[in-house]
Design a protein around this ligand. Structure first.
Ligand SMILES: NC(=O)c1ccc[n+]([C@@H]2O[C@H](COP(=O)([O-])OP(=O)(O)OC[C@H]3O[C@@H](n4cnc5c(N)ncnc54)[C@H](O)[C@@H]3O)[C@@H](O)[C@H]2O)c1
Ligand SMILES: [Fe+2]
Length: 385
């Protein structure tokens, strides 16, 4: 069956990427809304982008109101600013949160309304030009047609989709990830690993997504521990940025599966950072998924050198799982209680979380049949360790 494969309009990657991209930015519009967060302003990352725009004579207005993972309310504010400031294109500078916010603001520019109106529908509206500058090596949002926004009335992290959400330009410049502290490097890097491993073992995997997923998994095992240990190691940062991009391209075209499906409800109800909730779920979710796709997980085990040709498929798959466990330990992945989640509160929420996870459709992409009951059991297992 023929399949479509979607990537960003243009990608500029490597040291000096922003400098190289400035003439392209100039052609995108006259006034940019820079969607970012306060940390980027405080660290001086935003000033670096401002300088490039100033050099090119591009006007801009800064929206640094994205605090934590984006909500419908933040999107409303961003849209108001875009309109009041007469912007005609958007640049996101930050992790997945500012990049997703850019996409959501862009979706409302032409027709207005509320971002929740698009829940369950394909977004197909006229968008302003969009450029994404990721500062975490994680979400891959710079290369996806998704945006994840919290509906504050329903306490749901909405997964919204549309080809038009794919950025026109992705600028992968390692100078911006260098400032990420170890905990953020670990959580976001494991998010990228989930994207790649889920894409490779998804029912919706395709040949081209496999190429990107395998490459990302290898790169992450090779370079994430070093990026975590020494954030100033530029080679490790460059490699991790490429890995996150590859993983984004992979899951954009193959979908995520059970980890992400189960992770979003934790994020929505307990306000745990996305990478952390994924990382907590990795071991139990992969252990559940393994029997549905031994040969696919075996490929991953061999790709990272944890298994070789002598190992049978089940053995090689299990070696991949053990390698994931070692990596999550090495990166000091916290348990739910370590991030302030109360056990009782969590158990009370399990039915809603399992329901919301199934509703998102992601768990069903797992190469093993999965029921709401299975998800409840996995949520419970997070407290057994
Ligand atoms: N659109 C997609 O395809 C997609 C995929 C996966 C996740 N997501 C979404 O992305 C969001 C999470 O994004 P994220 O994990 O990149 O985190 P984030 O954007 O929420 O940032 C997390 C924290 O790290 C800080 N930070 C970011 N870059 C930094 C840097 N270079 N130096 C210092 N601090 C830095 C931020 O200021 C923030 O405090 C979630 O809402 C998640 O659901 C989207
Ligand atoms: Fe993710």
């Amino acid at each position: 069956m023929a399949r479509e494969f979607i990537v960003p309009g243009r990608i500029i990657s490597g040291t000096g990427a922003l400098e190289t991209a400035k003439t392209i930015l100039k052609k995108m519009g006259k006034k940019a809304l820079i969607v970012t967060d306060k940390v980027m302003v405080e660290l001086g990352n935003c000033a670096k982008a401002e300088q490039i725009l100033a050099e090119e004579g591009i006007a801009y207005s800064i929206c640094s109101e994205i605090t934590g993972e984006p909500t419908d309310i933040m999107i409303e504010k961003g849209l108001k600013q875009y309109r009041e400031e007469n912007c005609d294109f958007i640049i996101a500078l930050g992790g997945g949160s500012p990049i997703d916010s850019m996409k959501a603001i862009g979706s409302l520019v032409e027709n207005g309304g509320n971002i929740s109106d698009y829940m369950g529908k394909e977004i197909d509206v006229k968008m302003p030009p969009m450029a994404a500058i990721p500062t975490t090596a994680g979400t891959g949002s710079e290369a996806t047609q998704f945006t994840i926004i919290t509906d504050t009335k329903k306490d749901i992290k909405m997964l919204l989709k549309g080809r038009v959400l794919m950025p026109d330009l992705a600028i992968i410049d390692p100078q911006f990830t260098m400032t990420a502290p170890p905990a953020i490097t670990a959580a976001t890097g494991l998010d990228a690993l989930c994207h790649a491993a889920e894409a490779y073992t998804s029912r919706k995997a395709q040949t081209l997504s496999d190429t990107f997923a395998l490459s990302a998994v290898k790169r992450i095992f090779q370079f994430l521990p070093e990026a975590f240990r020494d954030g100033k190691n530029e080679e490790a940062r460059v490699q991790m940025s490429i890995a996150a991009l590859e993983a984004g391209i992979a899951f954009n075209n193959a979908s995520v599966t059970i980890i992400h499906g189960m992770s979003r409800p934790i994020g929505a109800l307990f306000h745990v950072a996305h990478g952390l909730s994924n990382a907590m779920l990795m071991k139990e979710c992969l252990a559940f998924a393994l029997p549905g796709a031994y040969s696919r997980f075996a490929d991953l085990g061999r790709a990272i050198g944890a298994a070789d040709e002598k190992d049978g498929e089940k053995e090689a798959a299990e070696k991949f799982l053990s390698a994931v466990e070692r990596l999550t330990k090495e990166l000091k992945t916290p348990a739910p209680a370590d991030v302030g989640i109360g056990r009782e509160e969590f158990f009370k929420a399990i039915d809603k979380m399992a329901h919301d996870a199934m509703e998102s459709g992601s768990p069903q992409n797992t190469a093993r049949d999965v029921s709401e009951e299975d998800l409840k059991n996995i949520y419970k297992k997070l407290w057994e360790a």
